[in-house]
Design a binder for this molecule. Structure first.
Ligand code: AVI
Length: 760
């Protein structure tokens, strides 16, 4: 089983966290039944090979997991459904006791399916009861519940891969679902995505859920490398077959060649040659012609490795894969699309990193440095499998939506083919480095130190400038110069938001203080110099504490010291972290009054609506039931006024925008002509946002760390969005995140708004 690798607080979780977990539990359990729904009782009983488990067994085993590890351990009065079920549905937990043989799960015609469904309902009812009393059950309950949900999601994927194998063994080749409409758009081309290597960090290190084997976070040295921008397709794999790939021992690892001969492999699993010589494949929607543009799927590690050797390349290591994947949002063709089959790549640049097919890596499944399995039976979940298996990354079209992360490590034996497994090629690069230009004629070019933040910046630059249209994340504006330029922007006559918000906050502060009651805790997201919170603190009687979250640890320390000097009675707690990631508040805050998230400056507008919703939900989780949110939001208004605020006459915003190019030149030794780009900002009415761009005045090539990026005249780099809202639009967004509007203040010109929301 899996569990988070870092200890969690021992006290009860906040109510919002409990509600989130309870909702997750219900949704996961429902989804498992949905997946089994198209199957009859006979389908659900079959085991077509030792690796495959019958659907009915998955339904029961996932239930046993909750029963064994939560109900029997933590619910004192729980009545076991059937004492024999522990023997039948324990998978591999030696410490729990003896169990039925894995290869004989298909012999379990009893208990019948309806009995297993009753078992599910029985355990769910008991768990709901425990959850209702859950406030006293302690962190262990919530940890195990979360683990149980992720465990069940893993079995949801297995349910699909296993039933595909079961149905493929039926000569009638029945379908699990009706064929889905085909999306004809696709691209055939691919590219190399190059990375400079250096000292990088991989592995999970945050507070959010991860399986124990994903951590600890640690350093890895990488030589310069490149990854293919998309996975290998069926058409490309066919060329390997046609070139005698399955008959040429020299392409195969010794164990791979033995497996190939022993099993008589001549194509990936589920491929079959029709009488007319064409290839067909079996899918969960029945047989279909082979699509040459879709990613090749159901290949073993041995086949992936042989293909890479044939192509004159290699498979990526898991660290190489993770470095490239980390900046990307884990979105793609997951099981949520209900396609249950990999689809052809679309668009340009790096594609299909997440979803479609699990990508075999050249890395063996071994513990990371410092890994220690948990004590007790749950420690058997991952740790004991760390021999003889290979790592796969990225999730597949059968993986539940939201289940994988950049650090997620899946593992299978090198001969396994029944999972949705595919290939992404990698290769070494000629030495690539972030090079500083020579200081003098006689001097050699020097490598700049590749610290993690510089590498993260380089990654974002390479990913963003390889994309169409080109873009860069706005966060890279803010080095020391960028932060100073932003402060200067706030003083500009055209930039009304900062000034207007201050006035509103000063005026609303007494009412806000009253609404928050005695001894509140203020939690500021992106606290910067901590100057805005002073407008509130000045009016609060006895604030209990101020929690400041900011990515810049240095600024945090200094600003906290200044604040403590100005407010000696205030407890100031700092969290040096990217505030978009989940945070946990210190336990000693239990004593305090209402918790209130504070997010001024309309920074919420710099997030896309989806990200903004997610961030608001994180705030809702952090403040818990009874909490509150005070947030500053810039309002929609006439275009001219909006555009003037981002096109000031003194050119400060233009310098702020160009600062990202200055950083590329300085920190990444990029060959950038600053004069060749022009600041542009306009209001995109359809999207409801100010867009900032850097526009290339000519055809030019920008070179960064050996990567070349070509610009046509007029082509832009999209550097920032700043969304504007009406009061009701913003209230709807906050409502979706679980906040109820309590009060809104605006200035007399209705330029800006400050909102107070309650979290009931
Ligand atoms: C930080 N943020 C709210 C500012 C805004 O208005 O979106 C950043 C900014 N960009 C250009 N001017 C100010």
């Amino acid at each position: 089983m899996t569990h988070r690798s870092d200890p969690r607080p021992t006290g009860p979780s906040p109510t919002s966290e409990i509600q989130r977990l309870a909702a997750q539990f219900r949704a996961v359990r429902r989804r498992t039944l949905d997946l089994a729904e198209p199957l009859g009782a006979e389908d659900q009983c079959i085991q077509s090979m030792p690796d495959v488990s019958p659907t009915k067994w998955h339904l029961a085993h996932t239930t046993w997991f909750f029963e064994e590890f939560i109900l029997k351990a933590l619910a004192g009065d729980y009545e076991e459904f059937d004492p024999d079920f522990g023997f039948l549905f324990n998978s591999y937990y030696e410490q729990v006791g003896p169990r039925h043989d894995r290869p004989k799960r298909g012999l379990l015609s009893r208990p019948p399916l309806h009995e297993v469904l009753r078992y599910r309902a029985h355990v769910e009812t008991a768990l709901e009861r425990l959850l209702a009393e859950g406030r006293d059950a302690g962190a262990q309950l919530w940890e195990l519940l979360e683990l149980g949900c992720h465990h069940e999601q893993q079995h949801q994927e297995l349910l699909l891969t296993d039933i595909k194998h079961v149905l493929s063994c039926n000569p009638l080749k029945p379908a699990y679902q009706a064929p889905r409409p085909r999306d004809a758009s696709r691209t055939r081309t691919w590219d190399w995505i190059e990375r400079p290597g250096g000292l990088v960090e991989i592995g999970h290190g945050g507070d959010d859920f991860a399986f124990d084997c994903e951590g600890p976070r640690h350093k890895v040295w990488l030589e310069p490398f490149k990854l293919a921008s998309r996975p290998v397709t069926n058409g490309e794999f066919l060329a390997f077959i046609q070139d005698g790939g399955y008959e040429r021992a020299e392409l195969w690892l010794s164990d791979g060649w033995s497996a190939c001969r022993r099993h008589g492999w001549d194509a990936p699993l589920y491929w079959e040659r029709a009488a007319d010589g064409d290839w067909r494949i079996f899918t969960l929607a029945g047989r279909r012609p082979l699509d040459p543009d879709a990613p090749v799927c159901h290949v073993s590690y041995f086949e992936a490795d042989a293909y890479a050797r044939w192509a004159g390349r290699r498979l990526p290591t898991e660290a190489e894969w993770e470095v490239v994947a980390t900046p990307l949002t884990p979105a793609g063709n997951f099981a949520g699309s209900r396609e249950y089959h990999p689809v052809p790549a679309r668009g340009e640049g790096l594609r299909q990193v997440y979803g479609d097919v699990w990508e075999w890596t050249a890395s063996a499944y071994r513990p990371y440095p410092g890994f220690k399995p948990a004590a007790g039976a749950v420690g058997e979940y991952n740790g004991k499998f760390m021999s003889g298996q290979m790592i796969l990354r990225g999730g597949s079209c059968a993986t539940p939506e939201g289940h994988v992360r950049p650090t997620y490590r899946n593992f299978f034996y090198p001969a396994d083919r029944w999972q949705f497994t595919g290939i992404r090629l990698a290769d070494d690069c000629p030495r690539l480095s972030v090079q500083a230009p020579p200081l003098a004629e006689t001097e050699e070019a020097q490598d700049l130190p590749a610290d993690p933040s510089t590498l993260a910046f380089l990654n974002d630059v390479v990913v963003g400038l390889s994309d169409t249209p080109k873009s860069l994340p706005a966060k890279w504006f803010y080095d020391e110069t960028g932060a100073r330029l932003f402060e200067a922007i706030c003083d500009l006559p055209e930039y009304y938001p900062a000034r207007t918000e201050t006035r509103i906050l000063e005026q609303a502060a007494p009412e806000l203080a009253e609404a928050l009651g005695r001894q509140p805790v203020l939690v500021e997201y992106g606290s910067g110099s901590m100057s805005k919170v002073r407008h509130l603190l000045d009016n609060f009687d006895t604030p209990y504490a101020f929690v400041a979250i900011d990515i810049s640890g240095e600024q945090l320390k200094q600003a906290a010291r200044d604040l403590e000097t100005a407010y000696p009675a205030l407890r100031v707690h700092t969290i040096a972290k990217d505030f978009t990631k989940p945070i946990s508040l210190p336990n000693w805050l239990q004593e305090a009054g209402r918790r209130c998230a504070f997010f001024p400056g309309s920074t919420i507008g710099n997030f896309d609506p989806l990200e903004a919703g997610l961030l608001l939900k994180r705030m809702r989780e952090a403040v818990g039931d009874g909490g509150a949110l005070i947030i500053g939001v810039d309002l929609k208004k006439e275009k001219a006024r909006l555009e003037a605020a981002y096109n000031d006459a003194a050119g400060v915003t233009a310098r702020f925008n160009k600062n990202v190019l200055v950083r590329i030149k300085r920190d990444l030794a990029g060959d950038v002509d600053l004069e060749a780009f022009q600041h542009q900002a306009w209001f995109n009415e359809t999207a409801g946002r100010i867009e900032m761009h850097l526009r290339s005045g000519s055809r030019q090539t920008l070179t960064v760390a050996g990567h070349q990026f070509h610009f046509e005249p007029g082509e832009t780099i999209h550097t920032e969005n700043s969304y504007k809202f009406t009061v009701s639009e913003f209230q709807a967004l906050a409502r979706d995140a679980g906040f109820r509007p309590a009060r809104t203040w605006t200035d007399s010109e209705e330029l800006f708004s400050v909102h107070l929301f309650d979290a009931d």
